[in-house]
Design a binder for this molecule. Sequence first.
Ligand code: EPZ
Length: 434
Amino acid sequence: MDKIRIVGGTPLKGVIPIGGAKNAALTLMPACLLTGETLSLSNLPHLVDITTMANLLAQHGVGMVLNGQAPNGGHSGRVLELTAAEITNTTAPYDLVRKMRASVLVLGPLLARCGQARVSLPGGCAIGTRPVDLHLKALEQMGARIDVDGGYIVADVPGGRLKGATVVFPQVTVGGTENILMAATLAEGETVITNAAREPEVSDLAYCLQAMGAKIEGIGTPTLRVTGVERLHGCDYAVLPDRIETGTYMVAAAITRGDIELIGARRDLMQSVEKVMAEAGVEFEDTERGFRVRADRKPIRGVDIMTEPYPGFPTDMQAQLMALMATAEGASMITETIFENRFMHVPELSRMGARINVHGSSAIVRGVPRLSGAPVMATDLRASVSLVLAGLAAHGETLVNRVYHLDRGYERVEEKLAACGAVIERVKSNDPAE
Ligand code: EPZ
């Protein structure tokens, strides 16, 4: 597996273009299953997870045409046309689902369009057990019959069409809200989703579904009302910019005490992250093309952080902020409330000299004047990128192993950082044991 080699210590200066949001694209793509017409998605990021979703949709019978377009001077911003004229197979096999949990997002659309689906249960992953019980319970409320057999969710809809229902999620679930939102667009009657996730990626899906002819009210609020229609049609839709990629490069600027302009980024989606970072001493300023992040004028201080559903501080930014806090003046308490096992970066950051103690779901981070480079690795995407960020600030050489995780969610990460002065390169390796 490839590695990333970093020699830290350079304050980053320059511009970084932000790509389309991975987690929006991963729910917009399966929405194509709801219509026989073409859904054309632009600003699609070029990531391993997007390819995995494309492979899954292809084996359901979706025809795809990919057109490269490079608006930001990179190879991001691709356009993918997806046409599910006929769904030839309603099984999502274990081999694809185990690679990526977002595969479960085909369940709602397949049930709504075909009245049946067989989707492998995703199982646990590095950050927690992550069940899909809330998706299944809500679909049952909408009239689906669901069994679990041989590791598969086996579902069908007696009578062929799902029925509107009042779904009350006992806890906020992004994927659950997306699955039910898609299913409800073609159901008979009204579906009300209470305690719906308000993440911008959920709203992006809702706006796309509206453009496809769905009737949805309450977008961006905790209550979504969907009146089912007989059919949806195709549309052209641009994926929103990735707020987690944006936040990650905000931290890259801060941790190197640098100055970076993020092009195409949406500052309005970054409020909770900006608030924490501003409190720590980072400065922000709107620009014509996005916004600027500066940390070259004030010291960075420790601040407390607690992850929460949107509009709270995102769990997907927790590891990156922990890396920043490891270099801050003073202490910081970081509490993770979304996933039970999302501190895998702690032992690796500690190997780089960070002083972190974990007590249950909280970590106390005591900043040190300088991290030191080391060989490190992580088992999920955001943990991996937090090690890259730490490496940018550390004294000496850091070798981040298992770059596979980074490629799932960050497009050309080493090129984007190198363009701002980082000493960073990808080291090819053919050794499968690594
Ligand atoms: C989405 O995962 C994102 N993935 C995650 O991004 C993100 O961390 C997460 O939302 C929270 O913001 C995609 O959008 C593809 P959830 P999802 O359902 O939908 C529990 C990244 O790095 N739960 O909101 O799977 C669950 O175990 C990632 O890009 C149930 O108990 O998250 C978790 O503790 C990783 N039963 C909590 O709810 C259910 O049926 C929130 O999960 C569903 C969820």
